[in-house]
Design a protein around this ligand. Structure first.
Ligand code: PLP
Length: 466
């Protein structure tokens, strides 16, 4: 039996049309369609109904007002939420340069300008010299060839799509040989075995987690084999008693048996960054020179460009990829291609360490970072009206994006603690502000690493905190 108080509350919930009409009379200038208002009020009334049903006693409902006026007011804030853009700018003070949850690589100014220029009509698939149909790949293919030494290149939506397209084109209905030590999972959703089956290829694992020898690959080759695959273990390292097979040896084996060899390089580095304390990573040029038939990498990891999957390699294979029906589903849009072209041009003719934000951040010196952190801390101490306890401490920044998991770059953090109020409310307020400020939370301290904060953003960080 329903208690009287509960039944009375349920009965007092306002009718949807009454509330909608009330709202329309209160806001005659509102342009929201009637159907949206009805849907919103239904949602709000449903929520209230669930709250009434879940209440344990009538006391719990004392604060719950269910008048049509109150529901119309809730409708106002429901509609207000619609007007706040969901995808917003964030100041990344985490110190993780390729922060996947914060959009990986921040784009170069030239890339931003190119995206704007391509936003309207552009010659995406028109050859402007003769007015005939062109290919969207032409805008970046020559640049990629010059930078990598590959015979040909094409671009898809991301590196996962690149791997899928290559496996589907070269090995559908066949078996792909991969070392057990390289069956990686990246970012929780990209797993080599799953991508393999989505591409219609079968997996043939060889070796063990820590050791795989060339003889393991050789023994696994049979009439069903379609491809030899090497995967860069981007986000983890097998250490200790280990051995894996060099890509050069796999290439020789492929030649011996007439099998194509592909490598998923993951990040893909075009510039040697070891001088800045970053762990050695294979360079794209070296891998192409080693003779792999296809090489795949991400556009928004260490390259520092937009989300894209870059495929480099031998012309015969790239031509087959371009003709695969899947290409139509995986191809990049004009804005992405514009940003990628501009980013690649910086490598070719610009100053990548200065002009590509991710590379500038990775190569920033510990001394510069210490100075910037001390300056911000000092300003906050002077202007913070004693609201915050401000300190600095030495720590490390990370590469992120599943790249270089062992690299720790020395930095100085600004350490903040509010003197009063709830710490988590304060952090939540910073995070949901305009702009949003995201740092590292450690216990009841907020840590800010300025490595990933542009100098032009420092003033905004200061204003967020004061
Ligand atoms: C990051 C990564 C991927 C996935 O790349 P996306 O561009 O995120 O799709 C695939 N393989 C390796 C080895 C990676 O490091």
């Amino acid at each position: 039996m329903v208690e009287n108080w509960r039944e009375a509350s349920l009965r007092s919930l306002p009718a949807v049309d009454v509330t909608v009409n009330l709202y329309k009379r209160a806001y005659p200038e509102s342009r929201y369609p009637h159907a949206l208002l009805v849907q919103a009020v239904q949602e709000i009334v449903d929520l209230l109904r669930r709250q009434i049903l879940a209440a344990g006693s009538s006391e719990e409902l004392l604060g719950l007002s269910v008048t049509p006026e109150e529901v119309a007011l809730r409708l106002g804030s429901w509609l207000g939420q619609l007007e706040v853009p969901s995808l917003r700018r964030v100041i990344n003070a985490t110190g993780t340069v390729l922060h996947t949850n914060l959009g990986r690589a921040p784009l170069a100014a030239a890339a931003e300008a190119a995206m704007k220029a391509a936003a309207g009509y552009c010659n995406l698939e028109m050859d402007l010299s003769d007015g005939l149909r062109g290919s969207r790949h032409q805008h970046v293919e020559k640049l990629l060839i010059s930078l990598s030494g590959a015979e040909a290149a094409c671009v898809v939506n991301n590196n996962a799509a690149a791997v899928l397209l290559c496996l589907n084109t070269l090995a559908a209905g066949k078996k792909v040989i991969v070392s057990r030590g390289e069956l990686v999972e990246i970012g929780g959703s990209f797993r080599i075995p799953e991508v393999m089956s989505s591409g219609g290829a079968g997996l043939k694992e060889v070796g063990t987690t820590n050791k795989t020898h060339l003889s393991d690959y050789r023994a696994a080759i049979d009439a069903e084999t379609g491809l030899l695959l090497k995967v860069h273990t981007s986000n983890y390292r097998v250490v200790g008693f280990t051995s894996s097979v060099d890509v050069e040896a796999i290439v020789s084996l492929g030649l011996e048996f007439g099998l194509p060899v592909m490598e998923d390089l993951g990040s893909g580095l075009f510039l040697d960054l070891s001088a800045f304390g970053l762990e050695p990573e294979p360079l794209v040029k070296e891998r192409i020179a080693a003779g792999v038939d296809l090489l795949t990498l991400s556009g928004d990891k260490l390259l520092g460009g937009p989300q894209a999957g870059i495929i480099l390699g031998k012309r015969v294979f790239i031509e087959r990829l371009k003709k695969n029906q899947l290409m139509r589903a995986l191809r990049p849009d004009k804005v992405t291609l514009a940003a990628l072209e501009a980013t690649l041009r910086i490598y070719l003719a610009g100053q990548p360490l200065r002009e590509i934000p991710a590379l500038a951040m990775l190569s920033m010196s510990a001394e510069v970072l210490r100075q910037r952190a001390e300056n911000l801390a000092e300003r906050l101490r002077r202007h913070g009206q004693n609201m915050l306890i401000v300190n600095t401490c030495e720590d490390f920044s990370f590469v992120g994006g599943g790249a270089m998991p062992l690299t720790k770059l020395p930095t100085t953090l600004v350490v903040l603690r509010p003197r009063c109020g709830s710490f988590s409310d304060w952090v939540q307020k910073l995070r949901s502000g305009q702009p949003s400020l995201v740092g590292r939370v450690q216990g009841d301290r907020l840590l800010l690493d300025l490595r990933t904060v542009a100098e032009a953003e420092e003033e905004e960080v200061f204003r967020c905190l004061t």
